[in-house]
Write a protein that binds this ligand. Structure first.
Ligand code: SDX
Length: 431
């Protein structure tokens, strides 16, 4: 039975608006009829209080620090699953059978090469180009090499497997080319994550020794990043798709949105912040003072979240893997000690407690990536590879949702009222 909210407008009119309910008890006021019936719109900059869709993919509870992909807790997936299996779960809605997993892995391998003509593009980017700008451009370029539309289930599956496999190869390829080194090709006998580390770090003069602990840590890193309901970049992917732009253009736009330091770019910004403390001797209290000052635009990177008002469950897992991997590899990274002290000081500071600011996924992720040997300017690319299955799953859900239309929000206009054109002559401009 439908429940309703009743609003009373400033002119005394009232309107009943239906309540939409989620499977975890969340409730939303359906305002789709609001403007037609009252002429009013709602106002919610950043959409922090606005539901853009109904989704079956990921559930988050920001107050309790809960994250589940298709109902399965992130903690269980990190402990027991692989990135490829989690990608399958997000996109198809169920964990794969053994045959489905084997078939997916074979197809990922089949799609793991990048068209040789793309190497020419990579070789012509300036060496100092940021890998996120390259990745966004090259993912868009994939459409030119693979113009197949997504008319059938099989074509969709082929396209998403191609994207997931090639984006990983493209990331490693762009790293090798940035070093002026030859490209390392994927190996058919390696798994998805092992192949990435191989393509990144193998060289003819120093064969890369695969480390089981690092492969597990990379699987966990990408599982933790695989989806996060309607975050900024996912909303962009959905919005671009809503105009019926193709999936490559939609994902390319998502990569661009993720690049920002307030979003996926935070993992790189955290390391710069920690290095700054380590090299310039800034004290923890000086950093916290800057972060709290309203006169300073500096923020404590890796802290705070639009949804989580408690510890980000992914950050807890990431922190544990930092400890494990660095211990196993016998790495003593001074940045990890600084991060721990920063976290301890912030969590006991009333400003952060009052603003519900806790470590998010980006606070420790950079330290884990450093331990793997990933260069800092590729940290957000690593986030993008992980988020790809989520973007694909969300894009497809949007494209197949009968309730969805092209994204087109409204505005509250604060500009001039009607006024006339002033002739050039009156403005002293010679004709
Ligand atoms: C990701 O949405 C997702 O799901 C994203 C993500 C995903 O998986 O897709 O989880 C990935 O983007 C994680 C977030 C990475 N970004 C950072 O770590 C950058 C630092 N954090 C922020 O800038 C901030 O916390 C945001 C952007 C993450 C969230 O900002 P909101 O929800 O828009 O909150 P806000 O900017 O309005 O801040 C509310 C208050 C303000 O103070 P007041 O003016 O109310 O007094 O909290 C303060 C802010 O100044 N604040 C911070 C702070 N974050 C918020 N103060 C100091 N340091 C911070 N990090």
């Amino acid at each position: 039975m439908t429940e309703y909210a009743t609003i009373t407008l400033d002119d005394g009119r009232t309107m009943k608006l239906p309540i939409v309910k989620g499977t975890e008890g969340e409730k939303a006021i359906d305002i789709r009829a609001l403007r037609a019936e009252t002429g009013y719109i709602t106002y919610d900059p950043g959409f922090g209080n606005t539901g853009s869709c109904r989704s079956r993919i990921t559930f988050m509870d920001g107050e309790k620090g809960i994250l589940r992909y298709r109902g399965i807790p992130i903690e269980e997936l990190a402990r027991r699953s692989s990135f490829v299996e989690t990608a399958y779960l997000l996109i198809n809605g169920e964990l794969p059978t053994s045959d489905e997993l084997i078939r997916t892995s074979v197809k990922l391998n089949d799609h793991s090469l990048v068209h040789e003509d793309m190497n020419t593009f990579y070789r012509n980017f300036p060496r100092a180009s940021h890998p996120m700008g390259i990745l966004s451009a090259m993912v868009n370029a994939l459409r030119s090499f693979y113009p197949t539309l997504l008319n059938t289930e099989e074509e969709f599956e082929q396209t998403f497997l191609r994207l997931i496999s090639k984006v990983r190869t493209m990331a490693a390829l762009s790293y090798k080319i940035s070093l002026g080194h030859n490209v390392e090709y994927p190996r058919p006998d390696y798994t998805y994550c092992t192949n990435f580390l191989h393509m990144m770090f193998n060289s003819p003069v120093r064969p890369y020794k695969v480390h089981r602990k690092l492969v597990k840590a990379l699987n966990v890193f990408w599982i933790l990043h695989a989806d996060h309901e309607q975050n900024c970049s996912t909303s962009v992917v959905r919005s671009v798709g809503s105009s019926r732009a193709n999936i490559y253009a939609s994902v390319s736009a998502g990569i661009s949105a993720l690049w920002g330091p307030l979003h996926g770019g935070a993992n790189q910004a955290v390391i710069s912040m920690l290095e700054n403390i380590n090299e310039n001797g800034a004290t923890i209290s000086q950093v916290l003072r800057k972060a709290k000052s309203k006169k300073d635009t500096f923020r404590l990177m890796g802290f705070g979240h639009r949804v989580y008002k408690t510890y980000d469950p992914r950050a807890k897992i990431m922190k544990k893997y930092c400890d494990d991997v660095l211990k196993k590899l016998n790495i003593n990274d001074p940045l990890l000690n600084i991060a721990r002290k920063l976290e301890e000081a912030a969590l006991s500071d009333s400003y952060f407690a009052d603003h519900n600011l806790y470590p998010n996924v980006d606070f420790y992720s950079g330290i884990l990536l450093r331990a793997m040997g990933i260069p800092t300017n590729m940290f957000t690319v690593m986030f993008a590879i992980g988020r790809l299955p989520g973007w694909i799953a969300q894009w497809r859900e949007h494209m197949t949702d009968p309730e969805q239309k092209i994204t087109r929000p409204r505005q509250v206009y604060l500009g001039y009222n009607k006024r006339s054109y002033v002739s050039m002559e009156k403005r002293g401009i010679e004709d």
